[in-house]
Design a protein around this ligand. Structure first.
Ligand code: 4AD
Length: 465
């Protein structure tokens, strides 16, 4: 077979050598007897030129190249030359590919929008407008309707590399601490996080539900002595809320572990895990984070080597002192969470912190009440830039108390009997947490909408592509 070279590997060391490249036509322009193409492979770009004067290049070839639709995939043969001046706008700016042969492998139909338009930052559009020039941008719905084209922008390429690294770092940190990866069923007979937001379907003539979390099964794994467990998997929520941070399907990073004394052991694991993750992202994804910032400018996340832990009551007090009218036993809405995030950042210089000891009444039935004051619970939420990315708790491992809590909250106990029964045969105290992958990436990168970090987002209005 022939030897193919990656666009990112086209460097001056290869000067004079013949190369063969498969790439997309990013841009193309003809100019008299010559054609200039920018070829693109993911985010790597290189300028390719055809001159009729060159022995192997005919007039017809230049015409053929000039007429290639953008985003088509081409095989290009040629040799590398080092231009007098670097090529502005190409990642491989120090070389130029002098084409001797070009063949279209897959011709692109007229595009719904130009990738270069979709890649433009709002700032660039604004700046141009001030100078009286109109630059095209692409709206979110059009992007998402044509996500397979939208995903080709440099920022999107980078976002999904960061997302992959978040999962990698999550796995690494937990494996190192003795956790094993498990896979729990997504087809269930009933709700797993409370009644409302469940997708129902027909399971061989019986009612079935899509899993709203691996909650019950990761706990049952603990009761089966599997030790410390985690799962990376899909989570389904039929929430009819069309917001910047809710999806109907997202990826949950879940973990669960036996504990000796308190839920702070879970927070210790999460603290080490997320500090490791943020450092790892800054190191391994430096380039990707820069690329994302070029289209969507953001400040690097501020975090402490040992994460801040505040009690819910302390958080309420901070809000009250800042003049907010808050119910000390009510839930925090998005606006209050953000306000608290700002206050925490000002006071403690961190945008990553843990809020624990939530009021019992606003937590799921399986949450352990605090021994010293049962109005509160052994639970927590964790925030990035004032928005929730994690929620977790110590769980009730006593079947009688679990039944009682389910009854108090009006849940149909018979539908969760097998879950409750799993604690009958000896169950260790345990706790864990659920992390929303898309939210972590969105907030770490300071993005404004969760649809930007979901490859093919599902929301109340969207089920395709
Ligand atoms: O807060 P949630 O619902 O908690 C649970 O699922 C518990 N079983 C977790 C536990 O172990 N106690 O979901 C956990 C995380 C949230 O913090 C959020 O990051 C994300 O999942 N999340 C969503 N992400 C996108 N779209 C939605 N509709 C989400 N709902 C929750």
């Amino acid at each position: 077979g022939r030897t193919w070279t990656a666009v990112s590997a086209l460097t001056p060391e290869l000067e004079g050598q013949p190369v063969l490249v498969r790439a997309r036509v990013h841009t193309v322009r003809g100019k008299g007897k010559s054609a200039f193409l920018v070829l693109r492979q993911a985010t790597a770009t290189v300028q390719a030129v055809l001159f009729v004067d060159d022995e192997s290049v005919s007039k017809g070839m230049v015409k053929y190249a000039t007429a290639l639709p953008r985003e088509s995939i081409v095989d290009v043969e040629g040799s590398l030359k080092v231009p007098a001046e670097p090529i502005v706008g190409c990642s491989q700016s120090k070389v130029e590919l002098h084409v001797t042969g070009i063949k279209c492998v897959s011709r692109a139909a007229p595009l719904p929008f130009e990738v270069t338009d979709a890649a433009r930052s709002a700032e660039a559009v604004k700046k141009a407008a001030e100078a009286g020039e109109v630059l095209a941008t692409v709206g979110q719905d059009v992007r998402l309707d044509n996500r397979f084209v939208d995903l080709r922008t440099p920022a999107n390429q980078a976002i999904f590399r960061v997302q992959s690294e978040v999962c990698q770092l999550f796995r690494e940190a937990l494996q190192r601490q003795g956790f094993i990866e498990i896979h729990t069923p997504k087809l269930l007979s009933g709700a797993s996080e409370g009644g409302a937001a469940v997708f129902h379907f027909d399971y061989m003539g019986r009612p079935g539900c899509l899993a709203q979390s691996p909650q019950f099964y990761k706990q049952m794994a603990i009761c089966s002595d599997l030790g410390r467990v985690y799962e990376i998997g899909p989570v389904f929520r039929a929430e009819n809320s069309y917001t910047h941070r809710h999806l109907c399907e997202f990826t949950g990073l879940d973990m669960e572990m036996a504990i000796c004394e308190s839920y702070h052991e879970v927070l210790d694991v999460l603290d080490a895990l997320f500090v490791h993750m943020f450092q790892g992202l800054n190191e391994r994804c430096q380039h990707e984070l820069e690329v994302i910032g070029e289209q969507y400018p953001f400040e690097p996340l501020k975090f402490l080597p040992k994460s801040l832990r505040l009690t819910f009551a302390e958080g309420i007090q901070m809000l009250q002192e800042a003049g907010y009218d808050v119910d000390p036993f009510g839930d925090l809405n998005t606006e209050l969470e953000r306000a608290l995030g700002k206050l925490v950042k000002e006071k403690y210089n961190t945008e990553f912190y843990m809020l624990h000891r939530y009021p019992l009444a606003i937590r799921p039935f399986y949450t352990m009440p605090c021994k010293d004051d049962p109005r509160y619970s052994c639970s927590f939420d964790i925030f990035i830039r004032g928005e929730e990315i994690i929620s977790g708790a110590q769980r009730i491992h006593d079947p009688a108390l679990l039944t009682e809590r389910a009854q108090v909250l009006g849940l149909p106990v018979e539908t969760i009997q097998s879950y409750i029964d799993s604690f009958k045969y000896g169950a260790p105290p345990h706790g864990g947490a659920g992390v929303g992958l898309e939210r972590v990436v969105m907030l770490f990168c300071g993005l404004d909408n969760i649809r930007k970090t979901s490859m093919f987002p599902r929301d109340p209005k969207r089920l395709t592509p």
